[in-house]
Write a protein that binds this ligand. Structure first.
Ligand code: HEM
Length: 537
């Protein structure tokens, strides 16, 4: 184009000026045309250089695992290996990876970052327990402008994590949880009433909704000291919040994906672990209830619930001249709610659903319950008497094996770590222990699709040295709410199955065929799990 313009318009040559130097007289079009041509040339060169650089970078990135001789899943531009996100649940993807590779570990990419999936229980054990000092942190991380999201035990990084974990571990001892057990006992009676109400209304019970109503009440009362009515009515202010957690919208989806897999962009886009309105609500109720209990100054003698324990934590820190902000305390109450209500709710839902489809297992459990009840008479089950119910534990364990809510365990290497002679995991690399894959490995669990609680009568003894059953994770970063959750599961299922029998309904999917929530990062039912309850005579 430029040359055709020049053909039409002639440029004047140069003339000598008084100083004898050549004065260039340029026609009015020459300079702009030269600028334009330079601009385009530069643009083309820059584009060529950038695309060559991008191609080289992409080649280097995509060869990362091949160069190390590590089998790996495919990598795609932008999402890396995470192309399944929002299409199907990560737990399903992890199972596919486990079944498709016969190697102890598999390479993958989270967006542009290489990461490792651990399929081998021995290596998992090293990472979670033996070399836990290298893997203290999770890779996921909310942004610095989200204190409630960032300061809670699940997301916080070391050394604050070590400090908090040490202080909070004492909150979850059996002795300290006695007060919470009273709340659980009272709520389980309300659950029985709720089932009665649903039955009288001839309703088919949506298990996940009913149990998340219930777990919201229990954790709300334990962690925030707030009495809720959701078990009986399905509604409460805290329940509105947990319902919001369960609802999917694109913004929440993007927030969670960024927090889990691309923490660098979280703050840039203003993503937060909890919606801002929820954070404010948590702060408000926390302050109100602490004030109702006399503030941080009134000495806590006996822990009634987790909130008392958090107030005590503040008092201990003041005594030891250690600083702990109010947001840090609120963050712990918030994470107990978030980490506890849906995990436990989903396990309840799957457990009852499986038992509805397996009347023979349900009857075996019922026999154990009535025998135990005969011993204690009219009294309620206590924490100790519940731990003696071995078959109940087998039923719970088998449910958690099949439906472990977090399909993988997230860790990050804090320094280079030699995994074996071939591979050294470099500092900052995300590592995912493939729990759900291990839980479905027929080597450890023959006929893994079958719901068979009996396998837990002996399996733990058979595999004591390796990490083949990890529903609560393992090592120092394992679930702090494990005892709390087990107490709740045992008490609720024992109370409920003594009074009711759960029956499968016609035209409902078999448990293994029921849809799984595709857009959730955790494993949860993707459709209502409906059963009918019938009172025991
Ligand atoms: C059946 C119910 C539950 C299951 C299956 C479950 C499972 C898990 C798993 C797999 C982890 C990660 C462990 C790891 O990375 O090694 C975890 C962490 C955690 N869970 Fe649970 N959980 C349950 C209930 C609860 C409850 C009721 C609470 C609170 C009251 C709770 C609080 C937490 C917290 C705070 C963490 C982070 C611990 C840390 O990083 O130090 N969980 N849970």
């Amino acid at each position: 184009m430029i040359s055709s313009v020049l053909k039409v318009y002639e440029c004047k040559g140069s003339e000598k000026d008084v100083s004898g130097l050549h004065q260039i007289e340029v026609c009015s079009l020459c300079l702009p045309l030269w600028v334009i041509s330079m601009f385009w040339s530069l643009l083309i060169i820059t584009a060529l250089c950038t695309s060559t650089w991008l191609c080289l970078m992409w080649y280097k990135l995509s060869m990362y695992w091949a160069e190390r001789g590590v089998k790996h899943v495919p990598v795609y531009p932008f999402l890396g290996s995470l192309t399944f996100l929002m299409r199907y649940n990560p737990a399903i993807w992890m199972r596919n990876v486990y079944e498709s590779f016969d190697t102890p570990y598999v390479g993958m990419w989270v967006f542009f970052r290489p990461a490792v999936i651990i399929n081998d229980p021995e290596i998992a054990r090293n990472i979670l327990i033996k070399d836990a000092a290298v893997f203290k942190d999770r890779f996921l991380s909310p942004g610095p402008s989200d204190p409630i999201g960032r300061l809670n035990l699940f997301t916080v990084k070391d050394p604050l994590w070590s400090f908090l974990r040490r202080r909070l571990t004492s909150v979850f001892t059996a002795a300290k949880l006695r007060g919470v057990f009273r709340i659980m006992q009272q709520k389980s009676k309300e659950l029985v009433q709720r089932i009665d109400i649903e039955m009288k209304a001839n309703k088919r019970v949506d298990l996940r909704m009913m149990f998340t109503d219930y777990t919201t009440d229990i954790i709300g009362a334990s962690a925030f000291g707030v009495a809720g009515d959701a078990t009986l009515t399905g509604e409460s202010p805290l329940r509105s919040i947990t319902k919001e957690f369960m609802e999917f919208n694109v913004l929440r989806g993007l927030s969670w994906v960024s927090i889990f897999f691309y923490p660098e962009i979280v703050d840039f886009f203003g993503f937060t672990a909890f919606p801002k309105s929820v954070t404010e609500y948590f702060r408000k109720i926390f302050r109100t209830i602490v004030a109702e209990r006399g503030g941080y100054e009134v000495e806590i003698r006996e822990n009634r619930d987790l909130l008392d324990a958090l107030i005590k934590l503040k008092q201990d820190c003041v005594r030891d001249n250690e600083d702990i902000s109010e947001d840090t305390l609120v963050a712990q109450a918030a994470v107990f709610l978030q980490a506890g209500f849906d995990t436990t709710g989903s396990i309840f839902a799957y457990c009852v659903y499986e038992l509805a489809f397996h009347p023979e297992i349900q009857n075996k459990l019922y026999q154990e319950l009535i025998e135990a009840k005969e011993k204690i008479g009219h009294a309620d089950f206590e924490m100790n008497s519940l731990t003696e119910l071995k078959y109940l534990d087998c039923v719970i364990n088998e449910t958690m094996r099949k439906y472990q809510p977090m399909g993988w365990l997230d860790r990050m290497a804090s320094k280079d770590y030699k995994l074996d002679d071939r591979l050294t995991i470099t500092v900052g690399t995300p590592v995912y222990v493939n729990v759900i894959g291990i839980h479905y490995d027929p080597k450890f669990y023959p006929e893994p699709e079958r719901f068979n609680p009996d396998r837990f009568l002996s399996i733990n003894k058979k595999n004591t040295n390796i990490t083949t059953f990890v529903p609560f994770g393992d090592g120092p970063r394992s679930c702090i709410g494990r005892r709390f959750a087990m107490m709740n599961l045992r008490n609720t299922l024992a109370t409920m199955f003594l009074v009711y029998e759960a029956r499968a309904l016609p035209n409902t999917p078999k448990p293994s065929e029921a849809k799984i929530e595709a857009r959730n990062l955790f494993l949860a039912p993707g459709e209502p799990l409906l059963v009918k309850f019938v009172p025991r005579s």
